[in-house]
Write a protein that binds this ligand. Structure first.
Ligand code: ZN
Length: 208
């Protein structure tokens, strides 16, 4: 029972408790590199609306169902979301998020064996009003050899855009679409051209 044909009809993954963080998505069958595993579904809202929805959440709550589509739009998987929202972050992920038009897809970047947890690099953005211990709040326990210790990107707060060295030190995933954390303000999102650049690059790659 190998390959896509024999396994057709079997879902790629199921959600269950994860040792890494809350619940996670686990492969039910072999998933080949390049497979589009799922779409990240949810309501498309403005950054302002996303902030309004989650402004009452505890600052220490590191769960996020928000995904930054671009400087204007956030996908809120808390409304109309699917199981993609349970995929955990990993610094050495087996999947990546890909933006196509106004949609986000999760694709395998290597072959994944049954039982493996599916994950991707959240690349949560940093903003000026982050609490000083934001890296502790969003601490990563993915266990990867190159774990940077935080779900945030870049690994360390930097005044300027991340240097190539930071990219080398971090996950090897491309500067892909990013999840949005609760404390990330709309203003901060607007003042982060880096995100728009990333999106442009990614869209081009995804269009191949
Ligand atoms: Zn990690």
């Amino acid at each position: 029972m190998t390959g896509k044909t024999a396994a057709r009809g079997t879902p790629y993954f199921k959600v269950r408790r994860s040792r890494v963080h809350g619940r996670g998505a686990f492969a039910l069958r072999r998933i080949r590199k390049g497979t589009r595993v799922t779409e990240y579904l949810g309501e498309h809202v403005s950054h302002q609306e996303a902030d309004r929805r989650y402004e009452d959440r505890d600052e220490r709550d590191n769960h996020t169902f928000l995904f930054i589509l671009d400087a204007r739009t956030v996908i809120d998987a808390g409304v109309g979301g699917n199981d993609a929202r349970y995929m955990n972050h990993c610094c050495d992920p087996n999947c990546e998020a890909v933006i196509e038009g106004k949609r986000v897809f999760i694709e395998a970047i290597r072959t994944i064996e049954p039982g493996e947890e599916l994950n991707y690099d959240y690349q949560l953005g940093r903003s000026p009003d982050d609490p000083p211990d934001v890296d502790d709040i969003y601490a990563c326990r993915c266990g990867a050899a190159n774990c940077r210790g935080t779900m945030l990107w870049p690994a360390k707060r930097k005044p300027a855009r991340p240097a190539p060295a930071a990219v080398r030190a971090g996950a090897k995933s491309k500067r892909a679409p990013a999840k949005k954390k609760r404390t990330e303000r709309a203003g901060a999102a607007k003042s982060a051209p880096r995100r728009a650049v990333r999106k442009t690059q990614r869209t081009r790659t995804a269009a191949r």
